[in-house]
Design a protein around this ligand. Structure first.
Ligand code: NDP
Ligand SMILES: O=C(O)C1=N[C@H](C(=O)O)C[C@H](O)C1
Length: 271
């Protein structure tokens, strides 16, 4: 394994957890040293390979994140907001790179992640794909070039199991649009229309969330004016784009000074 970094996957039985395990397995720069799951999960105590329906891999799925963090240089965390908050403290104690893909965190939960950044490299993004991160830059540019005659609407669609809305990606795109406009998203966001809503408020950034089937993730940023419409679109057809992005982040973060980073930093696209 030579210089390969030691990587653990948190929430290994999840949709993303299984992709992350695959991505680490495909890499010659990383090797899997641990996997966690929620206490009480059916995979706990089982060999990972067997739990996934294949050959034994010599990694036992653990409900004890402490021992898993202790044996890892980096942890990949696509779990729940509550688990991610606990993991941030453990990553700081173990000085692990903490790659956070978890979405649906409240403002207070995001703020609570900050103290851990004094001791650990923490890389967080609502979307780890190259395409979406590029789209945030395009969105910011287009929003900066247009005035509020162009109404901005962000429409996203995801699989039926998704539990948070708007998606983390939609919020990233909303932040980018707001930054381009020179406003705060918190002041401009319209996150739910139903019933007698009244006419659209000029300058609002609207969100709509669709859920159904097995959609991996689709996002449109619409700039709609009288007589014309610009649509910027990203379509994910395979969750491996998120998993490979997360592993790229772990490799990038290994050996860096502690702090809070995002995927634009990892991809070298930050300002
Ligand atoms: N940033 C990005 O690029 C992407 C982010 N995501 C985000 O990642 C998150 C996970 O998505 P997805 O994989 O679809 O969801 P899943 O529900 O399939 O996976 C989450 C996994 O975490 C497990 N889990 C829950 N609590 C703990 C705990 N305390 N310790 C260890 N494991 C735990 C769950 O177990 P159990 O089911 O038993 O509760 C489950 O197996 C979501 O927030 C999603 O939005 C998804 C794709 C890309
Ligand atoms: O839950 C998902 O599946 C996804 N979540 C992320 C989000 O909330 O934007 C990223 C991706 O769109 C898939």
């Amino acid at each position: 394994m030579g210089d390969a970094i030691r990587v653990a996957v948190l929430g290994g039985a999840g949709r993303m957890g299984q992709m992350l395990i695959r991505a680490v397995g495909e890499s010659d720069r990383a090797h899997l040293t641990g996997v966690t799951e929620r206490p009480g999960h059916a995979w706990i105590g089982r060999d990972l390979g067997e739990a996934m329906g294949g050959a034994a891999r010599g990694v036992v799925v653990s409900a004890d994140p402490l021992e898993v963090f202790a044996g890892a240089d980096a942890v990949l965390d696509f779990t729940t907001p509550e688990a991610t908050l606990e993991n941030a403290t453990l990553a700081a104690q173990a000085r692990c790179v903490h790659v956070i893909g978890t979405t649906g965190m409240t403002e207070a939960q995001v703020a609570a992640l900050a103290p851990a950044q004094r001791h650990a490299v923490q890389i967080r993004a609502g979307n780890m794909s190259l395409g979406v991160n590029l789209l945030t830059l395009l969105t910011k540019r287009v929003a900066a070039a247009l005035d509020a005659d162009f109404d901005i609407e962000i429409v996203e669609m995801h699989h039926r199991h998704k539990v948070d809305a708007p998606s983390g990606t939609a919020l990233m795109l909303g932040e980018a649009a707001a930054a381009g406009r020179g406003v705060r998203l918190a002041d401009a966001a319209d996150r739910g229309r139903d019933g007698q809503t009244g006419a659209r408020t000029r300058g609002d950034i609207g969100f709509a969330a669709l859920r159904g089937g097995d959609v991996a993730g689709e996002h449109d940023v619409i700039f709609a004016a009288d007589g014309e419409r610009i649509v910027l679109r990203h379509v994910a057809t395979d969750r491996m784009i998120f998993a490979r992005g997360a592993l790229k982040a772990a490799l990038w973060g290994h050996g860096r000074p502690p702090g809070g980073y995002d995927m634009l930093d990892v991809l070298g696209l930050g300002g």
